[in-house]
Ligand binder design. Structure first.
Ligand SMILES: [Zn+2]
Length: 116
């Protein structure tokens, strides 16, 4: 496949659309709906400014999965327990990044959750 991964990957829905033969041509307006600094949560699919999400990155060079920084394929997740749970249980992060997510990543994110 000749598709190049962008630094900030498209959400799954868009990627699937691009892959589907009937929808191989995406109109400019369709792409334009996503504003530049907005991202979609991989768990609940809510769109919000990227600063509001946790960012999980599969680093381009090493294929290591890490949080917050680094260049590579990224997934975004709401900073709440519900979305974290979905991301882990349904392996949304792993599927989005096409990589195995180390348990440690979930542990760190759990620690970041505001305590009740
Ligand atoms: Zn979410």
């Amino acid at each position: 496949m000749v598709v190049k991964f962008e630094l900030d990957s498209h959400p799954n829905t868009q990627a699937n659309r691009l892959r589907s033969p009937q929808r191989s041509r995406v109109s400019p307006t369709e792409i334009g709906q996503m504003q530049p600094n907005y991202r979609r949560c991989i768990a609940c699919r809510q769109v919000a400014r990227k600063e509001t999400f946790w960012r999980v990155v599969r680093v381009y060079s090493s294929h290591q999965v890490q949080l917050d920084r680094g260049m590579g394929r990224s997934a975004y997740l709401c900073r709440n327990a519900e979305c974290l749970k979905i991301a882990q249980k349904k392996n949304r992060l792993g599927r989005s990044l096409k990589a195995a997510i180390p348990e440690e990543i979930y542990q760190i994110l759990k620690q970041r959750l505001p305590s009740e």
